[in-house]
Design a protein around this ligand. Sequence first.
Ligand code: 5GP
Ligand code: ZN
Length: 120
Amino acid sequence: MNSTATDLRDPECIFCKIIAGEIPSERVHEDEQVIAFQDLSPKAPVHLLVVPREHHRDVRDLADRPELLAHVVQIASRVASEQADGDFRLIFNTGANAGQTVFHVHAHVLAGETLPEGEM
Ligand code: 5GP
Ligand code: ZN
């Protein structure tokens, strides 16, 4: 059987619930492949999350989906231009030791001022 996006949903996953509209979010972009919304605890003047609709654990899994990964980057760039000056920091926390807390792959887009060096 072919795998579809709806197969790739985890009923326990908070981002799958946000994508389904079961948990509210401040969306700034949505299309067939990804949504982008404001982070609940912003770490910069603009702090958005770009999230593939399909449930994948982390960015390592997106290495097998280069077109989807490229689309995430494209949308990160677009929302950074719409919400800030177009410059942005793109972060994929990958694994608990790297600070990942939601295990549905997402790109943090940080923008809106001269960002400090180093940690997010
Ligand atoms: P991670 O630590 O996994 O890289 O990032 C998870 C991010 O999701 C955190 O920055 C956290 O603030 C954000 N987050 C967690 N739960 C929610 C939520 O229910 N709504 C929104 N908008 N962001 C969330
Ligand atoms: Zn999910």
